[in-house]
Design a protein around this ligand. Structure first.
Ligand code: FPP
Length: 245
């Protein structure tokens, strides 16, 4: 039996609380590859394969919204062949996975700006969003060409364009203008590969999220690791700025 199928058959003690929305900063693909003497893109390929496994595990544990940080507005500054490789991987992932994700009831959403994304990929993303828009089992929110600050800039621009009066601007209104409008804020944000940084990910929505950082590189972050993150979440006392109750 392969290690993967062993993990799939394993049962996990039930969790008292399951976060409705989990965000993941999938970091460490490059280091994973480097540790094996492989090119960085091999790490991104392994990371893409892992995404499929983690997605299924997330749904099995009962999480309703998963936001993944796939490509940041800052990632355009990486070497051209890496950027190109990531665009290609994204395309291939849509081609390969979309029918199955649709069948499994996954609703795909995109957060970020599409403007710099190559036309063919843009079309594939639009098709994936349209095809899956009524699915309800799991919302997969893909942060692609995403930056938390540019999200807030886009929101402010649209608020001004809509002629909203200054007195009408409050937190609820801003939330409605963010890319994540209508979704609950993330309860838990996981970061792999050990860095203690937010990296411009869901900076508004994550204001009260619990953060969980593991040294494990993203391609090795499996169902057991996800379960550990959920257990850690259960051990946290969420206070939302209040006193212990
Ligand atoms: C961070 O690892 C990861 C990324 C920049 C991309 C994450 C993408 C995937 C897991 C694949 C799914 C998404 C696409 C776009 C196909 P890193 O390269 O920063 O790792 P390092 O810090 O070890 O160098």
């Amino acid at each position: 039996m392969s290690p993967e199928s062993k993990t799939e058959k394993k049962t996990y003690p039930p969790l008292e609380r399951v976060p409705a929305h989990v965000g993941i900063i999938m970091d460490g693909n490059g280091r994973w590859a480097q540790a094996r003497g492989l090119p960085r893109l091999a790490g991104h390929r392994a990371g893409t394969d892992n995404l499929r496994r983690v997605l299924r595990a997330t749904a099995e544990f009962g999480v309703h919204v998963l936001t993944i940080y796939a490509f940041s507005t800052e990632n355009w500054g990486r070497p051209e062949d890496e950027v190109h490789g990531l665009m290609e991987l994204m395309e291939r992932m849509i081609d390969r996975e979309l029918p199955k994700l649709h069948e499994e009831g996954v609703q795909i959403r995109h957060i970020g700006r599409l403007e710099r994304v190559p036309d063919r990929l843009k079309e594939k993303i639009r098709h994936a969003l349209e095809l899956t828009k009524d699915n309800q089992r799991l919302i997969l929110n893909v942060a692609f060409n995403y930056g938390g600050r540019s999200e807030i800039v886009d929101a402010v621009r649209r608020i001004i364009q809509d002629g909203v009066a200054a007195e009408a601007v409050d937190e609820a209104l801003i939330a409605r203008y963010l890319y994540t409008a209508g979704l609950p804020d993330p309860d838990l944000i996981v970061r792999t590969s050990g860095e203690l940084r937010v990296s411009n990910f869901l900076i508004w929505q994550g204001a009260y999220a619990e953060y969980y950082v593991t040294p494990t590189y993203w391609p090795d972050f499996d169902k057991d690791e996800l379960y550990k993150a959920l257990v850690a979440f259960n051990q946290r006392e969420r206070r939302f700025g209040l006193l212990p109750g």
